[in-house]
Ligand binder design. Structure first.
Ligand code: SF4
Ligand code: F3S
Length: 106
């Protein structure tokens, strides 16, 4: 499965959503996750993300491993998003910021 990692927080560009053939993205207030039960490993979303937030589960670096469980957990709570939308107005300012987990809204 593929996993959305920290770079997405407060960026939420949503370009990823438009290419997913199985509509497995789920939307929170300032972050998206991938439903691991639905993702078919097509890889299409990876190149679409301007924040380079999406990785194959096996390629998630150690410092981001908690995002694997977090995608699974939040995918059960959040609703599907099937069409891209405008990102937050300050998305570009957050793109290169590290340690954004504290900003995650549920
Ligand atoms: Fe959707 Fe493919 Fe990305 Fe999985 S890898 S989330 S199926 S676009
Ligand atoms: Fe997030 Fe990148 Fe999609 S910032 S919303 S994973 S395009």
């Amino acid at each position: 499965t593929y996993v959305v990692t920290e770079s997405c927080i407060r960026c939420k560009y949503t370009d990823c959503v438009d290419v997913c053939p199985v509509d497995c993205f789920r939307e929170g207030p300032n972050f998206l996750v991938i439903d691991p039960d639905e993702c078919i490993d097509c890889t299409l979303c990876v190149a679409e993300c301007p924040a380079e937030a999406i990785f194959a589960e096996d390629d998630v670096v150690a410092s981001q491993h908690h995002f694997i469980a977090l995608n699974a957990e939040l995918a059960k709570q959040w609703k599907p998003i099937i069409e891209s939308k405008a990102p937050p107005v300050d998305a570009d300012e957050w793109r290169d910021v590290k340690d954004k987990l504290q900003h995650l809204e549920r």
